[in-house]
Design a protein around this ligand. Structure first.
Ligand code: UDX
Length: 437
């Protein structure tokens, strides 16, 4: 059993805290945001993430997990510290690591005995060395510590499952002792033979960016294939499914759509291109994936425009789904933001609905007309646009949809509606490379 402090209670910090305390360790999750900590101590969680509330409650009840703003105490108390603060996109596409730097300073000042200090936040490759320098500058008593990089690969909406059943654990360490400490942290996974990749800090940092950029490229690629399918009358579902049967390709992350969003892919692809520029390396494929993603979002608006005969002015449009993907309330870089702005700019009237993310989107568009069900949103509308692949849209009663709308026009940017059904009911519709199915 180890004493573990996790600094930062965002997605990564909170899920890691819940997961590691469930492995049996004593965990303190700390944050400078008092409001968030108060919320957590009241038994609420600041994000929507399936299974997280239950997992947290289990550890809190077993007295293995606490939340507090006492960052300095928690640093002194810990044997292992995980840095999990946010690294949002800064100016020029680079990641803003100011929160990580502030945490490194505080750790340096409060070092009181040997600790393993491990970064989970996604930071530009090479930042690990900078963090160590900052800690050293403040570590006046030269207390021994080891620095590590332990990138997290969890997906929002499936974060708990991803944490408890990861494909691999990446541990970039500066000593064998630190590796032993981290192996102990992840002991239940180690025993279950989850692959543990023991490598250098720089390689671990690189793996995270390389993984995210590769997946982003894969999505942009299938989006381009889908766009061509649209034009030549092919079905991208059959194409993607067949590509996936080739073990070298795999069927995952080959779903075409309105373009990737969220807190990772858009930010990390741009950051990788910027890091590479500093070393005079042109990441042409990653740059292309970013450009394709921008184009893909515009293409969705063009499709809607075409469906409504290039006249959105005064048209009532139901935007169904606001989160960047299903099972999350996160709207960061959500393709829905672009479509809402686009419809608005062309004079359309929007009725918006998301089963979970209405409140998050309200922060971006406070004056938008939010509805509390898809029925309400589509009633009397001239078109419906599905932006997120929520299950409740997958199982939509299309006959009911048609009856509620003032005209049966649908844009399905996630390819979740049954095309034969749409045709049978005489919908005017479009999707992404799947019209002929
Ligand atoms: C991602 C990575 O998967 C995770 O490993 C990393 O640590 C953080 O970033 P996340 O952003 O939560 O996770 O969601 P993910 O499920 O990967 O989806 C990202 C975006 O790609 C979403 O907008 C999603 O809709 C889109 N996507 C995903 C597609 O358009 N097609 C696909 O086939 C898969």
């Amino acid at each position: 059993m180890k004493r573990i402090t996790i600094i930062g209670t965002g997605y990564v910090g909170l899920v890691s805290g819940a997961g590691i305390s469930n492995f049996g360790h004593q965990v303190r999750c700390v944050d400078i945001d008092k409001q968030k900590i108060d919320l957590l101590n009241d038994g609420s969680i600041p994000i929507y993430e399936p299974e997280l509330k239950t997992l947290i409650a289990r550890s809190v009840n077993a007295k293995r997990l606490t939340f507090s703003v006492a960052v300095e105490d928690a640093i002194k108390w810990a044997e292992v510290i995980f840095i999990a603060v946010g690294t949002p996109q800064g100016e020029n596409g680079e990641a803003d690591i100011s929160a990580v730097i502030a945490v490194a300073e505080r750790i340096g000042i409060n070092l009181n005995n040997y600790k393993v200090i491990c970064t989970k936040s996604t930071i530009p490759i090479g930042t690990g060395q900078m963090i160590q320098k900052i800690i050293d500058q403040h570590n006046h008593d030269k207390i021994k510590y080891d620095y590590c990089s332990n990138p997290e690969f969890l997906r929002e909406g499936a974060a708990v499952r991803d944490f408890l059943h990861p494909d691999r654990i990446v541990l970039g360490t500066t000593s064998d002792k630190a590796f032993e400490y981290l192996k102990d942290v992840y002991r239940p996974l180690y025993i279950n033979e989850t692959p543990m990749v023991h490598t250098t800090v720089e390689t671990a940092e690189m793996i995270k960016y390389a993984a995210n950029a590769f997946l982003a490229i894969k999505i942009s690629y299938i989006n381009e294939v889908a766009n061509l399918c649209d034009e030549i009358g092919a079905d991208v579902h059959v194409v993607a499914k067949t590509l996936g049967t080739d073990g070298r390709i795999s069927p995952k992350f080959l779903h075409p759509g309105p373009g990737f969003g969220g807190s990772c892919f858009p930010k990390d692809t741009k950051a990788l291109v910027e890091i590479a520029k500093k070393y005079n390396i042109d990441m042409a494929t990653v740059t292309a994936a970013i450009e394709t993603n921008i184009f893909q979002r515009k293409r969705m608006l063009n499709k809607l425009n075409d469906l409504l005969d290039n006249d959105l002015k005064g048209k009532i449009i139901a935007v169904l789904g606001l989160a960047f993907k299903q099972e999350t309330d996160d709207v960061r870089e959500s393709p829905a933001i672009e479509i809402i702005t686009g419809i608005h700019d062309k004079g359309g009237i929007i009725k918006a609905y998301d089963p979970i993310a209405n409140d998050s989107m309200k922060e971006i568009f406070p004056a938008l007309d939010f509805k509390s069900s898809w029925y309400e949103a589509v009633e009397g509308s001239d078109a419906a646009v599905i932006m997120t692949e929520w299950n409740e849209f997958r199982s939509m009663d299309l006959e009911k949809l048609k009856n509620l709308m003032s005209q049966p026009v649908v844009l399905d940017t996630r390819n979740i509606l049954n095309v034969s059904e749409l045709k049978r009911l005489d919908f005017k519709f479009d999707n992404v490379g799947h019209r002929v199915a």
